[in-house]
Design a protein around this ligand. Sequence first.
Ligand code: NAI
Ligand code: 15L
Length: 269
Amino acid sequence: MPTPRTLLLTGAAGGLGTLMRSLLPEYGYELRLFDVRPVEGEPDAITADLGDQDALRAAVRGVDAVLHLAGISLEAPFEKILRSNIEGTYNLYEAAREAGVPRVVFASSNHAVGFTPAPRPGAPLIPVDTPRRPDTFYGLSKSFGEDLAQLYWDRHGLETVSVRIGSCFAEPADVRMLSVWMSPADGARLFHAALTAEEVGHTVVYGSSANTRLWWDLTSARALGYEPQDDSEQFAAKLIAEHGELDPHKPAHTHLGGRFVDDPPIWPY
Ligand code: NAI
Ligand code: 15L
C-alpha cells in the first residue's frame, strides 16, 4: 500500500500521540489530530470524545488511514473502560467503515495477554496466537478491540494491524521493560510498516524493539517490513543495579503484564 497521505491520529495529546506527532511526519504523513483533551500548540486539532459519533464522522472524512491511540491507557472502573475503550473503539470503526477508510492501526496492548507467564531464558518466545489472558478490564478492552478489528475485516473488508504494544517510552523504567520496551523511533517504524504493508487483513503483532531479553515473537511484525533498530540492553546494567534482577516468586515479575496482574496503575481522570 502506498504511504497514506492523510492520517487520523487519535489520542494525539497523549504520551505516545505526542511522540508520533513529532516522528511520523518524517515518513510523509499529513496528520489530522483528535483527542478529548486539547493538543498543545495545535489549534486545528479536533477536541472531542470518542463517544461523539458526529465528531468522529467528520474526523475520518477524507483520511487514508487511522492510527487509533485514543482511550484509557491504564486500569479503570468497568463503566469508564466501557465508554472510552469499548464503545469508543466501536464508534471509531463504524465511522471508518461508513467513510470507506481502508485501514486502521489499533493500539492494542500486552495487557490483552498480560496473565501469560513470561518465558524463562532460552524457552520459546510467546507467539501472537497465544490465548488471550487479559490482566485487567483495560486489557479486556484491548482484547475486544482485536476481535472488533477481526469482525470489521471479515464482514466489511476494513483492514487492521493490531499492535500489542509493550512499553513505548523514551527509556525503559524497570527491569521488566527491558523485555518489552519499544523505543519511540522503533514505534514509528512499526506503525509506518503497519500502515503501508500490502494485504494485512487483520494482523496481530507485538510492538517492541529488538531487545536482547525479548519475551515475545516479532515474526508477524517483521513480516510487515518492520526492522527494529534499538535494543533495551543499553539500559540493563543501570536498571538491574537500581532494582535487582526479576524475582521468580513475584507475579508482577513473572507475567507479561507486570504489575497489572496484581497492582495495576489506575487511570487518574
Ligand atoms: P495516554 O493516556 O498518554 O494517551 C491516551 C490519550 O487518549 C489521551 O491524550 C487521552 O486524552 C485520550 N483519550 C482517552 N479517552 C478518550 C476518549 N474517550 N475520547 C478521546 N480521547 C480520549 O496513553 P499512551 O501511553 O499515549 O498510549 C496510547 C495508546 O497506546 C493507548 O490506547 C494505550 O492503551 C496504548 N498502549 C500504550 C502503551 C505505551 O507503552 N505507551 C503500551 C500499550 C498500549
Ligand atoms: C500499557 O498498556 C500502558 O498503556 C502503558 O502506560 C504501560 O503501562 C505499558 O502498557 C506497559 O505494560 O508497560
